[in-house]
Ligand binder design. Structure first.
Ligand SMILES: Cc1cc2nc3c(=O)[nH]c(=O)nc-3n(C[C@H](O)[C@H](O)[C@H](O)COP(=O)(O)OP(=O)(O)OC[C@H]3O[C@@H](n4cnc5c(N)ncnc54)[C@H](O)[C@@H]3O)c2cc1C
Length: 475
């Protein structure tokens, strides 16, 4: 690891240390004598990023957080990697709570290790291994590689490319740059950080754990994947019989579990082109989903089938009008919601036993009392109500007041990338180009690439890696 000096020059720079930055690195085509600089906040663990971080060995919740889909839906190469190390995986996971091996047992017995919801840290191990291979390939070729633990704060055009500035005061001139800084922060709500509330689950586990262990009711704002992680956190600390959880989600629904079946099958949508409106195209999609269900397809097959379909047949093939096409993804996101099999099945069981309650509504604010919090909510018909609880965790995901990392904020302010007026996500040019020549940008927050509104969210490792490959003319 090199220490930052104030002025450096690179042929190419990669900003970010997650799976998207790694996908750019894997396609990086530098030659002997050229310099690559990689900058990230955890660059020593390049390839993991935020979601697949290395856990702390002393915590009960290490390995508790799982991937949201079967291993081979994320990447068949990862599923093979996992299967090859099954003995090590079993050793690591034995005796842990929740009992992941027990939940995986029916799949393992059916010879379907590829179908398990692996702990996210294992996917990070796999990605870190791919990163080492990619870096050593470039090093063997004679490329000079510099890695900097630093945060890029701005980018501006310069004579032979661009100049980047960092938090630690480095100034880097580069001919080209790939930027993969991850998505924006969770949206914040009044009172979500205090004595009885945490603004997120990640990084806040020790103080949430204190309340779980003390027997407090845990209230989750939002019913998405982070809420499922809160359930896993509870299960790592106390028996299921002692769990007390309340989840407030806009529709009061828990996403469908993505259950793998053998032989694997994908729904194959047949959709007609030439739609004039989002309404007519969505109505056709709704019929296709209903027909897939009638044929016995489950959400894993439907969701993975539509994802494969739209990766091969972009949305703009069906709906030429850009503003109409931009209205499709939010509905698709809702209709094709799915998540971690193990946790969602546990969740349903705990709801049945009355240990977890799901409340339809939107949280407005949290107020802290002497020995707990009061949550202020609005129900789907607009009525206001409150709930007194032990400890609140904000699992709301990105929203209107989310914040981007400093470089993304700078690029938006300079119109190097744009916000899409309909999705409120980020819009980049064809093959992820920005308005600065040689500078590309890709993150889960991107909703439009060139003239293509992305049909399904890029908060998906397989999708991100596919679009990064496409930006390099592959895939
Ligand atoms: C908790 C969580 C769980 C998820 N689970 C799944 C899952 O099970 N399956 C799935 O397919 N997807 C999942 N996702 C979606 C996920 O966003 C993608 O799969 C993927 O991790 C995104 O990778 P990325 O490299 O684009 O971003 P990130 O993983 O966020 O990595 C970006 C990195 O860049 C660094 N960075 C940011 N700004 C700067 C800057 N200005 N300068 C330098 N460095 C910077 C950040 O610190 C971060 O480490 C999950 C996401 C989260 C947050």
């Amino acid at each position: 690891m090199n220490a930052p000096s104030t002025a450096q020059t690179a042929t190419h720079v990669i900003v970010g240390d997650g799976i998207t930055a790694l996908a750019f690195l894997e396609h990086c085509d530098l030659r002997a004598g050229e310099t690559l600089i990689i900058l990230g906040k955890m660059v020593s663990r390049f390839g993991r990023g935020m979601a697949y971080a290395k856990g702390d060995p002393d915590t009960p919740w290490r390995y508790a957080y799982l991937l949201n889909s079967p291993a081979d839906d994320i990447d068949p190469a990862f599923a093979a990697w996992l299967s090859d190390r099954w003995d090590n995986v079993s050793d690591t996971m034995s005796g842990r709570s929740p009992d992941w091996l027990h939940a995986a047992a029916p799949l393992v017995a059916a010879g379907d290790i590829y179908g398990v919801n692996a702990p996210r840290e294992f996917y990070g191990d796999f990605m870190e291994e791919l990163a080492r291979i990619a870096l050593s390939r470039l090093e063997k070729r004679g490329v000079r590689i510099v890695t900097l633990n630093d945060c890029v704060t701005s980018i501006a055009p310069a004579e032979n490319g661009v100049v980047l500035k960092t938090e630690k005061g480095a100034q880097i001139s580069a001919e080209s740059v790939d930027i993969a800084p991850g998505g924006p922060s969770t949206m914040r709500l009044a009172g979500d950080d205090g004595t009885f509330a945490a603004p997120s689950v990640f990084g806040q586990e020790p103080r949430i754990a204190e309340h779980i262990r003390a027997g407090a009711e845990i209230f989750c704002i939002g019913g998405n994947a982070a809420m499922l992680d809160v359930l896993r956190l509870c299960q790592s600390l106390i028996p299921n019989e002692d769990i007390k959880m309340v989840v407030c989600a806009p529709d009061g629904d828990i996403p469908a579990p993505l259950v793998p079946r053998l032989p694997r099958k994908l729904t194959k949508p047949t959709l007609t082109r030439g739609h004039d409106t989002a309404k007519s195209f969505l109505s056709e999609i709704e019929d296709e989903i209903a027909s897939a269900r009638r044929n016995g397809d489950e959400m894993r097959e439907i969701r993975a089938g539509f994802r494969a379909h739209f990766l091969a047949n972009p949305l703009n093939l069906y709906l030429a009008d850009l503003d109409e096409a931009r209205q499709v993804p939010s509905k698709l996101r809702f209709w094709l919601r799915g998540g971690t099999r193990d946790t969602i099945l546990d969740m349903h069981r705990l709801v049945g036993e009355g240990r977890v309650k799901v409340v339809p509504g939107l949280v407005k604010s949290v107020e802290h009392g002497k020995d707990g919090a009061t949550v202020y909510m609005r129900d789907p018909s607009g009525g206001e109500f409150t709930h007194n609880t032990g400890f609140v965790v904000n699992c709301a995901g990105a929203g209107p007041n989310s914040r981007y990392d400093p470089l993304t904020a700078d690029m938006l302010a300079k119109s190097v990338i744009e916000i899409c007026p309909v999705s409120r996500g980020i819009k980049v040019g064809a093959v992820c180009q920005t308005t600065l020549p040689g500078v590309r940008y890709l993150s889960p927050a991107v909703t439009e690439i060139g003239e293509e509104p992305i049909a399904m969210p890029l908060y998906d490792a397989h999708m991100l890696r596919t679009y990064a490959a496409r930006a390099n003319g592959l895939g």
